[in-house]
Ligand binder design. Structure first.
Ligand code: AMP
Ligand code: GLY
Length: 421
């Protein structure tokens, strides 16, 4: 089978690598991909793809299956387009991807299905903030409605911060459904990323994962796209994952079906493990980045044939089992990240990191004559396994330490249980 992977980050390099390893796959293409993907894929290049350019590429490389990494094309309806043209694609249609595209919609579906989630009110006009402040205690999570690449959530501890966030989100037309803000109670606990392969009412869980979202050790500093990940999460093996999955996927998928929405693809539940049990913070319509980089190389069996089955409306029961031990992904970020990253710094030591037994995924690199240079905020992802988390961390950090570039930034506590992410 010929596979087209859409996207150009570390998650898509991990997807392309998983496809390249699959016995069912003869050739892998990446749109746009990046030079660093050439170890596993034919890189088609170009700018950010549109849903039309994705379809054109799938046709031109005669892809038997297109796998979409990022959310934007899914929310924009790439799966609907492929379906109407009879071209196979793995990923949800726009009506289903809306679970990620609109927090307001996700909240409505969560409430209708009775899945535990934070109490919230919708604010549509500035005047409604007073009512929201009366109904939800501070601190509150204030959320812009549309896709916001991690920048659409403010945890407001004071009334002034809550008002300021509501004003900004209501007045900012970068956010899709301008005029809608979700104002919700703040939940306390550890976060968990739970991924499922979904086809209608059927689902199969992946091993649990956790990402470390803030830039600094101990969860200090601003939010990022993700500075590292671990899988499986300490104390959350397959039985615990099944128990959590049972509290949310069956009622949610039933509610979607009731609304005439058929979800087919990866569904990512962002969960807070509160004292009162697991509660859903958000849904995403694709794999997490960087969770996928830790997770995909650590699966015991080939996932690609199951993605193809879902694209065909077929199904095999059973969860995705993890290989023995633990997998850790450390993100190497550029100087300035998560602000405007500096680019063009020369990178050395990638081969040495691979020589240490790690897998290295490219997220923000570029090829200059004879060398790699930085070309984005999150530059490289270094992934290593071990029989336990301590060993996986040692292996990942030993390999990550081999990679050098000016201004390199990484967290030192990826994989550690109990620290703030
Ligand atoms: P979201 O885009 O909804 O995933 O939010 C991004 C991040 O904001 C989450 O991963 C949490 O770290 C944080 N967050 C969102 N909602 C809440 C909440 N109700 N309570 C506490 N933290 C939250
Ligand atoms: N790791 C968080 C995300 O991909 O949204």
């Amino acid at each position: 089978m010929r596979i087209l992977v859409v996207g150009s980050g570390g998650r898509e390099h991990a997807l392309a690598s998983a496809a390249a390893r699959s016995d069912a796959v003869s050739r892998v293409f990446a749109l746009p991909g990046r030079e660093g993907f050439r170890n596993v894929a034919d890189v088609l290049g170009g700018g950010a793809p549109t849903i039309d350019s994705i379809l054109a590429a799938a046709r031109s490389v005669r892809a038997d299956l297109t796998i979409v990494g990022p959310e934007t094309p899914l929310v924009e309806g790439v799966a609907d387009l492929f379906r109407s043209e009879g071209v196979p694609l793995f990923g949800p249609v726009a009506a289903a991807a809306r679970l990620e595209g609109s927090k307001h919609f996700a909240k409505e579906v969560l409430e209708a299905s009775g899945v535990p989630t934070a109490r919230s009110v919708i604010v549509r006009r500035r005047g409604e903030i007073d009512d929201a402040l009366r109904r939800i205690d501070l601190p509150a999570a204030v959320k812009a409605d549309g896709l916001a690449a991690g920048k659409g959530v403010v945890i407001a501890r004071e009334e002034s911060a809550a008002r300021e966030a509501v004003d900004r989100f209501l007045g900012d037309d970068r956010y899709d459904e301008k005029g809608v803000v979700v104002f919700e109670e703040c939940l306390e606990g550890e976060e968990l990323s739970l991924f499922a392969l979904v086809s209608g009412r059927k689902y199969a869980l992946f091993p649990t994962a956790r990402d470390y979202k803030r830039i600094g050790d101990g969860g200090k500093g601003p939010n990022t796209g993700g500075m590292g990940a671990v899988t499986p999460v300490d104390r959350f093996g397959a039985p615990e994952a099944e128990r959590i999955g049972e509290t949310l996927f069956p009622p949610l998928l039933e509610e979607l079906e009731r609304r005439g929405i058929l979800y087919e693809g990866i569904l990512y539940a962002g969960i807070m493990l509160t004292a009162g049990g697991p509660m859903v913070l958000e849904f995403n319509c694709r794999f997490g980045d960087p969770e996928a980089q830790a997770l995909l190389p650590h699966l015991a069996a080939d996932a690609i044939p199951r993605f193809r089955e879902v694209a065909r409306g077929e199904w095999t029961d059973g969860p995705f089992e993890a290989a023995e031990g633990v997998s850790v992904c450390v993100v190497l970020a550029a100087h300035g990240y998560p602000g405007k990253p500096r680019t063009g710094d020369v990178i050395e030591g990638i081969d040495e990191a691979v020589g240490e037994g790690a897998v290295v995924f490219h997220a923000g690199t570029e090829r200059a004559p004879g060398r790699w240079v930085t070309a984005g905020g999150r530059v490289l992802n270094v992934v290593a396994g071990g029989s336990n988390v301590a060993e996986a961390r040692r292996n990942a950090y030993r390999a990550a330490g081999r990679i050098r570039f000016d201004g390199v930034r990484m967290r030192g506590d990826i994989g550690v249980a109990g620290v703030r992410g």
